[in-house]
Ligand binder design. Structure first.
Ligand SMILES: Cc1cc2nc3c(=O)[nH]c(=O)nc-3n(C[C@H](O)[C@H](O)[C@H](O)COP(=O)(O)OP(=O)(O)OC[C@H]3O[C@@H](n4cnc5c(N)ncnc54)[C@H](O)[C@@H]3O)c2cc1C
Length: 415
């Protein structure tokens, strides 16, 4: 029997297990996950109002349910088991730990209360247990820095009405906190021009259909100069089209392009964000909340170092019998299906080196974790957490997540 361990149960880890079992049907695959619950950013990144996207977790769950796959939830590599121990117990180990750390702007004021990175902010509104309440206070103006879909997610979640959030899994606590903010303006600010924005059409167009917020381009004349081709042309056309929307709404979402953030300002708390523009001009936007959506970096996995924000690899190989998949290896790019196509390629690469070396695999890992008193959550335990979250959802919500690891572990134990 050949034994393989995947560290991380996000899309990259789950798709890789699926693809490997197609190529190596006698493989036994163990997925080790630091949280008691699987699916990584599908659960804790994808916006709570995009349940159609989150539904991919049902497909990923089918992989975890297979007889050849074992889920070791609530087990962190580096805390509960060392990477070298895993490499002793398994023929192959794959790091699929994602890129959980916010890239920083490294400008003054980044640690002021009121300034958050999107990993922390999105984690908070998705109830990720290790993300603290960002302490929103009297937010009238919010500044979202970045020109990708995460920036749009953040703006949309801030702007949606309770009616628009019906059917989401936004928790009552987060929802109440957002509703308590008297938001009037949400600025989305990009360093480059509109033609360089990384928004996708569907996400940008959705901002034009919000009930209480109307998108506006701060300097529409800048759009007139842009004549891009392909996808960028569609994005610029959508931005131009926003000018037709003359509704009176409670909120405005204002796009600014060509503005580089240089400082978060305020005494004791964020009061404004300062940007530099071409020609030495300055833009200062008053703000009580700023969320930076400028990308993510991988972090070390025990003794494996994520040097420049990813694990250095050659065609997914880090070292002898050690591989990497997903955002941990290629950085924060692409969509969930990108991880599926990448998994096909990586599975083929791994299959070449995947020999049976008579190692202990999951039985050895389970024994080691038991000897250390680690409370492992298996697939049945995750399913109990899942059922309990759906059962306590209440009206207008599809799920009410447990926001602490302890509550999840309790739910996993309740039969
Ligand atoms: C805010 C946001 C919104 C997004 N929205 C969309 C969207 O709408 N549509 C779309 O297609 N894509 C979206 N994406 C992109 C998508 O989420 C990623 O492509 C995908 O999740 C990357 O998969 P991954 O498995 O590499 O990483 P992740 O999903 O981050 O999974 C990594 C897993 O590893 C676990 N882990 C980390 N360290 C350890 C350790 N030491 N031991 C054990 N386990 C560990 C983590 O807990 C996590 O479960 C979004 C991304 C973000 C950040």
């Amino acid at each position: 029997m050949r034994h393989l361990a995947i560290v991380g149960s996000g899309p990259a880890g789950c798709y890789l297990a699926d693809q490997l079992l197609r190529l190596v049907p006698d493989a036994r695959i163990d997925i080790v996950e630091r949280l008691p619950v699987p699916f990584g950013l599908v659960r804790y990144g994808v916006a709570p109002d995009h349940q159609a996207t989150k539904a991919v977790s049902r497909l990923l769950d089918r992989v975890l349910a297979r007889d050849e796959v074992r889920f070791f939830g609530n087990v962190e590599v580096g805390r509960d088991v060392r990477l070298d121990e895993l490499r002793e117990m398994y023929d192959v180990v794959v790091i699929a730990t994602g890129a959980p750390r916010d890239r920083r702007l490294a400008i003054p004021g980044e640690t002021l209360p009121g300034v958050a990175g999107s990993a922390a902010f999105v984690g908070w509104y998705n109830d990720r247990p290790d993300c603290r309440d960002p302490g929103l206070r009297d937010v009238r103006e919010a500044v979202v820095i970045g020109n990708g879909n995460v920036a749009i997610d953040v703006a949309r979640v801030l702007a949606k009405t309770p009616g628009e959030l019906a059917g989401s899994d936004l928790s009552p606590q987060v929802h109440e906190c957002l509703l308590a903010q008297p938001i009037e303006t949400i600025h989305i600010v990009g360093r480059r021009g509109a033609a360089d924005a990384k928004f996708t059409r569907a996400e940008l167009a959705e901002l034009g259909r919000l009930e209480a917020a109307r998108p506006v381009v701060a300097e529409p004349q800048a759009l007139e100069q842009a004549e891009p081709a392909g996808e960028a042309a569609a994005i610029v056309a959508l931005l131009r089209g926003f000018a037709q929307d003359e509704r009176e709404t409670r909120m405005r979402i204002v796009f600014h392009f060509g503005a580089t953030p240089v400082a978060f300002e305020g005494s004791g708390r964020l009061e404004s964000v300062r940007f530099a523009r071409a020609g030495g001009e300055t833009l200062v936007l008053p703000a009580q909340l700023a969320v930076t959506c400028i990308g993510y970096e991988a972090v070390d996995c025990c003794t494996a170092a994520a040097g420049a924000g990813v694990f250095a690899n050659e065609d997914a190989r880090i070292d002898d019998r050690l591989f990497v998949a997903g955002w941990a290896g290629r950085g924060p790019s692409g969509t969930i299906p990108t991880n599926r196509s990448e998994a096909q390629r990586i599975a083929q690469r791994i299959a070449v080196d995947f020999a049976d070396r008579g190692r202990g695999g999951g039985e050895a890992l389970a024994a080691l974790l038991a000897s250390r008193g680690v409370r492992v959550i298996d697939h049945a335990g995750w399913r109990r957490i899942d059922s309990a979250e759906v059962a306590r959802a209440g009206a207008g919500r599809c799920r009410h997540k447990f926001a602490s690891t302890e509550a999840m572990i309790d739910a996993a134990a309740t039969r």
